[in-house]
Design a protein around this ligand. Structure first.
Ligand SMILES: [Zn+2]
Length: 174
């Protein structure tokens, strides 16, 4: 039986798996690993529970954060939280601005299943005026060399929502 083809870029391994079901990845040190295509499927019934409003908001093209209901605190979370980490009181939903800035970023050459087809992709911590915490999201429509700390970005929402975190991403404000 023929030996599977060998590749030095994982993207090529992925392509080969789609064609033949087997490929060898040779890393920078010359170490070879055999990869096989091994699909499986499960039905997982997941409840968003207290996070439901966030995902329903994405479908309405709204980015919801949360604000501490304690008037003496009022901390705003760009990533929603049911309770305030500062004072422990419950929070309320709050619509965040569509525009924010890149606080920090990285370019991912590998990712979990939902993002594998997009690699390489940019992942950034987004800061919003008035919010005390950051929001992790992809930044699309720009290459790695265009990104910088402080870059103004704007939210985009999936036209066909999947009620998933992939329903929102950011693009540079041009
Ligand atoms: Zn608080």
């Amino acid at each position: 039986m023929a030996r599977p083809r060998t590749f030095q870029h994982f993207r090529e391994v992925q392509e080969e798996l789609g064609k033949t079901g087997a490929a060898i990845f040779r890393d920078a040190n010359g170490v070879e690993s055999l990869f096989i295509d091994s699909p499986y499927s499960i039905h997982y019934i997941h409840s968003y529970a207290e996070d439901s409003a966030f995902f329903l908001g994405l479908a309405e093209k709204k980015l919801l954060g949360s604000k501490c209901a304690n008037p003496a605190c009022g901390f705003v979370y760009a990533t929603p939280r049911g309770h305030c980490m500062v004072c422990g009181r419950p929070t309320e939903w709050l619509e965040l601005p569509r525009r924010g800035k890149v606080h920090s970023w990285t370019t991912c050459l590998f990712g979990s299943e939902a993002f594998l087809k997009e690699t390489p992709y940019n992942l950034a911590m987004i800061e919003f005026e008035g919010a005390g915490s950051l929001f992790l999201a992809r930044v699309k429509e720009c290459v790695q060399s265009e990104l910088y700390v402080g870059m103004p970005v704007e939210a985009r929402f999936a036209p066909e929502p999947k009620y998933s975190i992939t329903d929102v991403w950011f693009v540079p404000v041009r």
